[in-house]
Design a protein around this ligand. Sequence first.
Ligand code: SF4
Length: 84
Amino acid sequence: MPYVITDACVKDYLCVDSCATYAIHPGKDEAGTEEVSQLFINPEECIDCGTCITTCESNAIFPMDELPPEKADFAAKNAAHFGL
Ligand code: SF4
């Protein structure tokens, strides 16, 4: 069950550096990072370790099955960023 970033994301990139599988994009130096309002987790690259939750200071990241109801659409939004 992959993890999901929600609109509480402040793009501080702490999670990007914490992810062992480089599942979080766009990184600080990636193309398009200025255009997005938040970062996203690639559900096909996430190994469900939970490390990013501990590094996120804005509490923007949730396991997909623990998303608050009002944030449920962010699972699809994260996947859609990667064309999934
Ligand atoms: S749960 Fe682990 S693998 Fe998945 S995005 Fe967070 S740090 Fe990366």
